[in-house]
Every structure is written in C-alpha cells, then in structure tokens.
Design a protein around this ligand. Structure first.
Ligand SMILES: Cc1cc2nc3c(=O)[nH]c(=O)nc-3n(C[C@H](O)[C@H](O)[C@H](O)COP(=O)(O)O)c2cc1C
Length: 202
C-alpha cells in the first residue's frame, strides 16, 4: 500500500502554482506597442481571462484601446521574458514599483523580439512566439482598491501558430508545443506526455 503523504499548513508568500507565460501586446497612446509579461491567464471556449496589476501600462492601454495580442512564448524564450521582467511601460512608474522597476519605451528591442502586423487588431504579434492570439476586450472589472488587480475578459478573434506545431486547420500538436510555465517565480517547460483525456481528438 502507498504511504499516505503528510501535509502541513504554510503561509506562502506567493501562489504562482504554475501557469503559462503570456506576452501581452497592447497599443500605447502614441501608437507604439507595449509588451506586458504575465501569467495569470486562463482560457475557456473563446474567452480568455487575465489578471493585471492596476498600476501597469498593460491595463491602462486596454482600458483606452480595448484590443491586444496574447503571445505565448516557448521555453526557449525565457531569457527574453526575463529581460522584460524589471521593466514597465508606465511613466510615471507607480510609487510601489519604483525601487524594483525601470521605465522602458521599446521593450521589443530590449528583449530582442520582432513585432509583426496583426490581421484584426492594432497591437502587433511577436514573431518568435509559436502561438499568437489576436483578441478583443469584452469586459474589465476594476473592483477593489489600487493595490488589487483588474480582471479582464478577452475574446479570441484570430489564432496564429507556427507551422511546426500545427497538426491541421483546427488542431495544435500537443507533443510539438510546450508553453513556458511560471512556477513559483521560476521558469519551466513541460515534461513528457503522460496520456490523453477521453475528449482528445488527436
Ligand atoms: C513571468 C512573469 C509573469 C507575470 N505575471 C503577471 C500577471 O499575471 N499579472 C500582472 O499584472 N503582472 C504580472 N507580472 C508583472 C508585470 O510583468 C510587471 O508588473 C510589468 O512591469 C508590467 O509591465 P507594464 O506596466 O508595461 O504593463 C509578471 C511578470 C513576469 C516576469
């Protein structure tokens, strides 16, 4: 018989229990693009829900210009993501962020990433990201004080995928694609395929 695992109560400083990294591109007031690295995102049907800090340039852009691209990097791009980590496109920088973050206007250049025109929204896609989802913002909740998060509901409009991870017109090949996972502030790729669910078509 298997030993029963023991557990204990802890007070974790963070609850980032392992979610894919998204590089969210949005349009600044002057028409340039911002990139917000984020990982509080989940999809159900064609809706994608995002959690965004209220002091960031990402949410500020989405409230004024409600469209974006959710660019999904693979594990090989973790250093580009980390190059973006200490940056904000917000000027002035919110007070609580000032000791740790610095303002950067051209995040594409800093991260060595390439902007590519989208088909249905104004913010650009990121060429290096194997999955790029153009999306329209359908709802934003700003409930709570300035230290809480905005909850954003986006609707996927067009999905682009690198041909190397595409199986056919309506499927991504799961063994060819690995998201970059943000796991308690460390970056990981996926391990081996463990099996398929009963509804898997491939
Ligand atoms: C891997 C990673 C995941 C992150 N996840 C989130 C997130 O889900 N929501 C969020 O608001 N900030 C998240 N952040 C922090 C933002 O990237 C950070 O606040 C940044 O300054 C926002 O940029 P902006 O102000 O230009 O939008 C994450 C950062 C990294 C590096």
């Amino acid at each position: 018989m298997n030993a029963v695992p023991e557990s204990r109560i802890i007070e974790p400083k963070i609850l980032y229990f392992g979610t894919p990294v998204v590089l969210l591109t949005t349009e600044n007031l002057d028409g340039t693009a911002n990139i917000t690295p984020m990982s509080s995102a989940w999809a159900l049907g064609d809706r994608i829900v995002l959690g965004l800090g209220k002091g960031g340039q990402g949410i500020s852009n989405l409230r004024e210009r409600p469209e974006c691209v959710l660019n999904l990097p693979g594990p090989d791009l973790w250093r580009s993501v980390e190059a973006l980590a200490p940056l904000t496109g917000a000027d002035p920088i919110p007070e609580w962020k000032q000791p740790l973050f610095r303002y950067e206007k051209d995040k594409f250049a800093v991260a060595g990433l390439t902007p590519e025109a989208s088909t249905r929204v104004r913010p650009p896609r990121i060429t290096e990201c194997p999955i790029q989802i153009e999306a329209a913002i359908r709802h934003i909740s700003m409930a709570g004080d300035s230290t809480s998060f905005a909850v954003v509901e986006a609707q996927a409009l067009t999905v682009h995928a690198h041909t190397a991870i595409v199986l056919d017109d309506s499927h991504i090949a799961p063994e060819a694609w690995s998201p970059l996972i943000y796991n308690f502030r460390h970056y990981f790729g996926l391990g081996p395929d463990l099996g398929r669910t009963f509804r898997a078509e491939i």
